[in-house]
Design a protein around this ligand. Structure first.
Ligand SMILES: Cc1ncc(COP(=O)(O)O)c(C=O)c1O
Length: 450
């Protein structure tokens, strides 16, 4: 590897970073993270912090999981790659699909289609939803409904159902036939409704209204995150997802639960849908499936979907969709090791306990720092802190102030993530009590930066 001077001199010179302005990266080069241990990361200057981001909502088992590292290394020697396109498979893929199916069988999932990440998984669900309806003799069901503030990745399908305009506008026109309902975001919503239950009912009414307007027989699926992540950690009323499920059922619309963040214990349950007591028709998963050690995702199908595909005799159920790296043997080996560790450590329990500690701690900070407008979390290890410059007007704190807070929090020992005027946190599910306290202490300092 080149020396530090080379790395600093070339930082962002040849590499365009996702989700940022290339000019900003040149002017303020990104931090170079060189090492990680447990739940801590170290940068090129030797500064160590707790990683309150968990990589990118994904390093659920922390950075030092030997089993996953060894499984990847061994698989690289045994079989570094083989295609899983119909006709061939590999032992790891068979075992990994068995394990994934078992983990999500309580959610009604029975089939696994492996992908290379979350965006792939979402697009797989959207495409197979359309194919399902065609197979059932309803080819007019092609539209998708989703929630504002939702994040579903950056492929054209996922971007089309995304509910944050910064991921959409520069890439329009997107897929036709995608429509959005208000987010269950009590702090800001078009109904000016702070009560989560009433807001849920209003959105349910808007959903019914949209279905009547579009025609139920034109809608393939409704997709939602059980807790909206990148949009600011927006926690709906506990009844919200059930209401959405009931409406989907009434109108023959498939429910896709986008579990890319919420899957694998982050909410305190193995899936976000289970957290709310709902069984979806499909799930998109990624991130925690390998704890970020290898890029893998999957689209999961319920029996209802599987039967329609598997009982087809016309040939139309052939899935002409998939990725070179679907069911990649090294990825699948990472999945097996990661899920064994996830279940052995029962990470969902720690996610719930430490999530409550983090949430309560931030609620205390909110009493002290008047720039905290809203704190969202309390369901596992995902937390959003919305910062405002004026409490009564809810004026979003500007970007330069957000960056100052981020920098100071980092200096005092915690890496957090910014999403507009929100501080987002999703640390590894293996985090300890002391490490949560370190995040809280650093954030306390960070919030005094302006
Ligand atoms: C809910 C959700 N869906 C989909 C995606 C896209 O996943 P990926 O970045 O792996 O393509 C993300 C990424 O954060 C996500 O949070």
């Amino acid at each position: 590897m080149k020396d530090d001077n080379f790395l600093k001199a070339n930082n962002a010179k040849h590499l365009w970073h996702p989700m940022g302005h290339p000019k900003d990266s040149l002017e303020a080069p990104p931090r170079i993270i060189t090492k990680a241990q447990g739940v801590k990361i170290t940068d090129i200057d030797g500064h160590q912090t707790v990683d309150a981001v968990g990589g990118l909502w994904c390093v659920n088992l922390g950075y030092s999981n030997r089993s996953i590292k060894e499984a990847i290394t061994k698989q690289l020697s045994d079989l570094p790659y083989y295609s899983s396109f119909a006709g061939t498979t590999n032992p790891m893929a068979i075992e990994a699909s068995y394990m994934v199916r078992n983990l999500f069988s309580e959610d009604g999932m029975s089939r696994v289609f492996f992908t290379s990440g979350g965006s792939d998984s979402v697009d797989t669900c959207l495409r197979l939803a359309r194919q399902y309806h065609r197979l059932k003799g309803e080819p007019t069901r092609t539209k998708f409904i989703s929630l504002k503030k939702g994040y579903h990745g950056t492929h054209f399908g996922g971007a089309s159902v995304n509910g944050n305009n910064r991921f959409r506008i520069n890439y329009e026109p997107l897929l036709p036939g995608c429509f959005h309902l208000p987010s269950p975001y009590t702090y800001r919503n078009p109904y000016n409704e702070a009560d989560s239950l009433k807001l849920a009912q209003n959105i349910a009414a808007a959903f019914e209204d949209e279905i009547a307007f579009q025609g139920a027989n034109s809608i393939a699926a409704f997709i939602m995150e059980p807790i909206q992540g990148a949009g600011g950690v927006i926690v709906p009323d506990p009844i919200f997802m059930t209401l959405m499920r009931q409406i989907c059922d009434r109108h023959g619309i498939l429910l896709i639960s986008d579990e890319v963040i919420t899957g694998f214990g982050r909410t305190g349950d193995w899936s976000g849908a289970r957290h709310w007591g709902v069984q979806p028709d499909m799930m998109s998963i990624a991130k925690g499936i390998t704890s970020g050690y290898y890029p893998v995702g999957a689209a999961l199908m319920s029996d209802k979907i599987a039967e329609v595909f598997e009982n087809d005799d016309t040939g139309d159920a052939a899935i002409f969709h998939g990725y070179t790296y679907s069911a990649h043997p090294v990825g699948a080996a990472a999945v097996i090791a990661c899920l064994s560790e996830t279940e052995r450590l029962d990470t969902k329990v720690n996610a719930q306990v430490r999530g409550t500690q983090l949430y309560n701690g931030v609620m205390e900070l909110a009493k002290k720092h008047t720039i905290v407008g809203d704190v969202r979390g309390g369901h596992g290890l995902m937390l959003g802190v919305e910062l405002v410059s004026d409490q009564s007007k809810k004026t979003p704190l500007d970007t330069s102030d957000m960056k100052k807070i981020h920098q100071k929090t980092y200096e005092f020992g915690a890496m957090v993530r910014l999403g507009l005027n929100n501080i987002l946190m999703s640390p590894p599910l293996t985090i300890s009590e002391n490490e949560v306290n370190q995040i809280l202490g650093a954030l306390d300092e960070g919030l005094t930066a302006i």
